[in-house]
Write a protein of this length. Structure first.
Length: 639
């Protein structure tokens, strides 16, 4: 199916087009999942983060949501990034003696996952009995039908809305009518800079929609937290969403630090007492009525298990008892839920999880969507259905949504609602223009290329550095070194082992120039970034084997660009990998990813790549020219 991108004549037409493109992505991903399940070896699945193998099963129990869950642990390859997170469906398999895989005929749902441990909600005791004690057991991600269904339903509901607030928001956001603002006396927030204060006031005065455009290091989260805090002076409760669990965790934690009561729907991406303390499940368990509810549920399970062994008259008596217990359990659940939601100022969830049964029928005055530029438009509409007005925060010059169908992406599925609004409703946008992360030379190229030169460095970071007369940004050119990339398969991408080894050699050289003891004493931290998973995994394995780097490992982080979103380090090394005779650079031509990679560094940025290959693209040619020009004043110690 070929789709041409063109002008949309109506909001409904736009939404129908979104549904068509989403259908293309859905069918492509489903077919790809089936193909990978059938054709891909188990170790390739593990390396791509799609599977854990082998795993050991642990205890099973009923959680506070009355779900039967099973604990699973893995001991191998714990440094490989994986895609298991709350609400994702999974399936189990076992490896046969001939290496083939046999899949169990049920699916389960992730309740929680970290690097080594996963808790999975199982469909029943029989499923647990099937996998407990099984040898050569594995678990892999299953096709996520539920998320797609929620997005299709949202697009349909928004398209069909008539005569209500949702219809008004749809027509304004997807049409050309200007966003409206109330005349309010500005709130003075002296601890914020002028652009941040302006953004908060625009949020407070917005009748329909406001956008906080936060380039790297400009304090978007700080501004958003302040806007939520001020909104709560005017509204009893707001809904806060983001595309990923990690982003929801981050904003939730900052709100809790600000003294805001948060109720987190879904489990956090990391477990500690602080993060767990505001989750729905932990709050539910801590409620004074929960022990009674737990005892009732336990008795109900016991009665059901005993009923099969009893006479007809005894079963009738049990059914009567079960009916009374069920009624009381429902009363307690309703009462506990009412208390939890009534006491929360902020309800926080991912966009897809805003469709959770706990939020059925709930409406909010304001919806805040963080990292909105990483979310598919359809996912945003899931949450927008619950709100009277919408605030989007993010940066459409950084990471885009992940789309697997090239045709759908080319036709416009990757164009987010935030990007659309920023282009069509400029009156709703506030650009945060002062960044507090990077020295000016590191910031300047990104500011000019992506933000029209409007970013400025705060005085306290403008000229900071680690070493005197050290170029803040350096390019190490591998041209002429015969460092050629290798293809390692589809989305896993490319690898350039000599370039990775050179990077680590230059990293160690830089540590020696700073002084190893100073690095340790001052805890100078280093980020190592590559756009390709294979390169990252090779870098990690080299770091593990290196005796010279051993004492600095706690200060080193190697990740893909996506894995570094929202993070920063004193020093960043980037391995671009691509080196070929044809000048092909693949998805390095998505410059938003490069923007993210370059803007993680506080004081030193080192980029390693083959200029002969990369400079055929105007962005990289300009970048190299900028680095050469800006370094004319320095004795660049990485040469």
């Amino acid at each position: 199916m070929k789709v041409q991108q063109g002008d949309i004549v109506s909001p409904q037409g736009h939404l129908q087009r979104q549904a068509m493109l989403l259908r293309m992505e859905y069918l492509f991903e489903k077919e790809e999942f089936q193909r990978q399940t059938e054709a891909m070896g188990v170790m390739r699945k593990v390396k791509r983060g799609m599977a854990w193998f082998p795993v050991q099963t642990g205890r099973s129990y009923y959680n506070s949501l009355n779900q039967l869950v099973l604990e699973i642990t893995r001991s191998a390859d714990t440094d490989i990034e994986h895609g298991f997170e709350f609400s994702r469906p999974v399936c189990f398999f076992r490896q046969n003696s001939d290496g083939t895989l046999s899949y169990y005929n049920f699916t389960a749902t992730v309740s929680y996952a970290d690097e080594q441990r996963m808790v999975v909600a199982m469909p029943g005791a029989g499923a647990i009995a099937d996998v407990q004690g099984a040898e050569m057991l594995g678990v892999q991600l299953y096709f996520d039908e539920t998320s797609y269904q929620a997005m299709f339903e949202a697009l349909n509901a928004v398209s069909n809305a008539k005569g209500n607030r949702l219809a008004s928001l749809r027509d304004l956001m997807l049409g050309r009518q200007k966003a409206q603002f109330r005349d309010l006396y500005p709130v003075r927030l002296p601890w914020l800079n002028p652009s941040q204060e302006s953004a908060v006031n625009k949020v407070l005065s917005a009748r329909d929609v406001a956008i906080v455009h936060g380039p790297p290091g400009t304090g978007k989260t700080t501004t958003l937290v302040e806007a939520i805090f001020e909104t709560l002076h005017r509204e009893p409760q707001v809904l806060v969403c983001a595309q990923s669990n990690t982003a929801v965790d981050w904003i939730s934690e900052k709100l809790v630090d600000r003294g805001v009561s948060v109720l987190r729907i879904g489990n956090p991406s990391r477990v500690d007492d602080k993060m767990l303390s505001f989750t729905y499940e932990r709050r539910f368990e801590a409620h004074p009525s929960y022990p009674e509810l737990w005892a009732i549920r336990k008795e109900m399970r016991q009665l059901r298990s005993q009923a099969r062994k009893r006479s007809y008259s005894e079963r009738e008596s049990m059914r009567s008892r079960l009916s009374r217990l069920k009624g009381r359990a429902e009363e307690l659940e309703i009462s506990i839920n009412a208390d939890l939601f009534n006491s929360a100022h902020v309800v926080a969830s991912t966009l897809v999880s805003s469709n959770h049964r706990l939020l059925y029928g709930r409406k909010f005055g304001t919806l805040f969507i963080d990292e909105a530029a990483q979310a598919l438009e359809a996912a945003c509409w899931i949450a927008i259905r619950k709100a009277d007005r919408v605030v989007l925060a993010g940066d459409h010059q950084q990471l885009p949504p992940t789309i697997k169908c090239f045709e759908a992406e080319k036709a416009g599925l990757g164009r987010t609602l935030m990007q659309h609004l920023a282009e069509t409703h400029a009156e709703a946008v506030t650009l945060l223009d002062t960044q507090y992360r990077m020295s000016k030379p590191i910031m300047k190229f990104s500011s000019e290329w992506f933000y029209g030169g409007m970013l400025k460095a705060a005085p306290e970071v403008e000229w900071r550095g680690i070493l005197d007369m050290d170029a803040p940004i350096s390019w190490i050119d591998t041209s002429g070194l015969d460092y050629k990339e290798q293809f390692v398969g589809e989305s896993f991408g490319r690898i350039n082992k000599p370039e990775a080894e050179l990077l680590l050699s230059k990293l160690m050289e830089y540590i020696r120039l700073i002084g190893p003891q100073r690095v340790l004493d001052e805890r100078i931290d280093f980020g190592i970034i590559s756009p390709y998973k294979a390169q990252v995994q090779y870098l990690r394995s080299c770091i593990k084997r290196s005796q010279e780097l051993k004492r600095f490992r706690h200060l080193l982080t190697a990740h893909t660009v996506d894995g570094f979103q929202g993070q920063e380090r004193d020093v960043i090394f980037i391995s671009l990998v691509r080196a070929n005779d044809s000048g092909q650079i693949g998805f390095l031509s998505d410059l938003r990813r490069m923007n993210v990679a370059m803007t993680r560094a506080r004081m030193k940025l080192v980029i390693i790549g083959e200029a002969e290959t990369l400079s055929r693209h105007p962005f990289y040619r300009k970048l190299i020219e900028y680095i050469v020009d800006s370094n004319s004043r320095y004795n660049d110690i990485t040469k």
